[in-house]
Design a protein around this ligand. Structure first.
Ligand code: FNR
Length: 369
């Protein structure tokens, strides 16, 4: 069989132990499903079947949708969460099933900050023209951020006090502990897309004058505190990852040089998986098209030691395109998002195209790819 880099197994190093072994380099990125039934943050059968079918499809690492570390950190009231025991139990069921079908799992820990308490973006909500902040009469809640700002086009959020920041850091760490109890192999800290951590990182949104704002050192403090607190409560033999918006695509914003510097610091703190998305604060000014964020992954990969696992995401839809990204050393893995919603068997289909071994379940062996 011809060698395919995309289907060559890889290990994400951990701080101790053997590392997290992946059967190939095709990763399912986090995708909100807005599928929680009772606005209680408890994943449902939808998450089990949705993520389970991605395991059938051959993904090696399956990252959950953004899962809120506290209820007020949800984008919408139908988001999943990881702030209580019932959620742990439900995620444990998903983990057990996905693991049984050969994939590793990561939970994306998230807090939406000023972008919380919205309607989310389900097709039916769009049809009803329900966008923006969730009305108080429909259960909307107060939101927090680094600095109050109009930039989000949502109801005003209040600036966090230092006490709230300290509590919040502990909430991320407690969520990490629950994620371990639920059986996840990896944590991905959501520092991208204009949500709370990014609201601290970016000079477009963070106008604080205390030690959490102003200089690069201060704007990155909240995230660095989270990473240290999470690392202290997350087993050393499990993998630690982060998703960045690598660039705000605005001159005065958070730029790729900032991301590289921070990635180097977080690598030293034990983070080994780096996923490079972009944008999310204010209007979108970035590029688009096939592989439009790959150069961000490449820049971070070049700066980090070889054992970091850097993934590219965005507009990767074809097997040869994915293979080329890896063969040319631009990234160590690729995320397949929207293309996987259309075709959960994307990895098995790509394996067929590239002449690699498929990993479909035996029940599907008569299927044609
Ligand atoms: C997303 N994306 C996303 N990103 C993230 O960090 N956390 C999330 O929960 C979500 N939710 C989400 C839901 C849906 C329905 C889509 C389509 C996307 C972004 C996603 O992970 C990915 O970065 C983009 O979709 C770009 O990759 P593709 O789709 O071009 O492969």
């Amino acid at each position: 069989m011809p060698l395919s880099k995309l289907f060559t197994p890889v290990t994400i190093p951990t701080r101790s132990g053997a590392g997290l072994m992946l059967r190939n380099r095709v990763v399912l990125p986090p995708m909100c499903q807005y599928a929680v039934d009772k606005t209680d943050g408890v994943p449902t059968d939808w998450q089990l079947v949705h993520l389970g079918s991605m395991a059938h499809g051959g993904f090696s690492l399956i990252v959950t949708e953004a899962s809120a570390v506290v209820p007020e950190g949800r984008i919408s009231d139908r988001d999943a969460g990881i702030w209580n025991e019932e959620q742990v139990q439900s995620w444990a069921r998903v983990n057990e099933y996905v693991h049984a079908h050969g994939a590793a799992t990561a939970i994306q820990l998230a807090h939406a900050g000023a972008k919380a308490s919205t309607y989310g973006w389900l097709q039916e909500l769009e049809a009803e023209q329900k966008t923006g902040s969730l009305a108080a009469s429909e259960g909307g809640w107060d939101t927090v951020t680094s600095t109050p700002s109009e930039i989000y086009g949502l109801k005003p959020a209040s600036g966090m006090t230092q006490e709230q920041i300290a509590d919040s850091v502990q909430a991320w760490a407690a969520a990490a502990e629950r994620a371990d109890a639920a059986g996840f192999d990896m944590i991905q800290i959501h520092a991208a897309h204009g949500y709370l951590i990014h609201q601290f990182l970016s000079p477009l949104s963070n106008k604080r004058t205390d030690e959490y704002g102003g200089s690069w050192e201060n704007r990155t403090r909240y995230l660095r505190e989270i990473v240290h607190a999470v690392a202290a409560r997350w087993p050393e033999n499990k993998a630690l990852g982060i998703r960045f918006s690598g660039d705000d695509w605005v001159e005065a914003g958070w730029r790729i040089a900032d991301t590289i510097k921070l990635a180097e610091e977080l690598y030293a703190a034990g983070v080994r998986a780096f996923d490079l998305s972009s944008a999310g604060i204010g209007a979108f000014h970035g590029p688009s098209g096939p592989g439009y964020q790959v150069p961000l992954a490449q820049a971070v990969k070049q700066a980090l030691p070889d054992d970091a696992f850097v993934t590219a995401v965005g507009g990767i839809t074809e097997a040869h395109q994915a293979e080329q990204i890896l063969v040319t050393g631009q990234a160590d893995g690729v995320c397949i998002g929207r293309a996987a919603l259309g075709d959960p068997q994307w990895p098995n289909r790509a394996a067929q195209v590239l002449g690699a071994s498929k990993s479909h379940p035996s029940h599907y062996w008569r299927g044609r790819w």
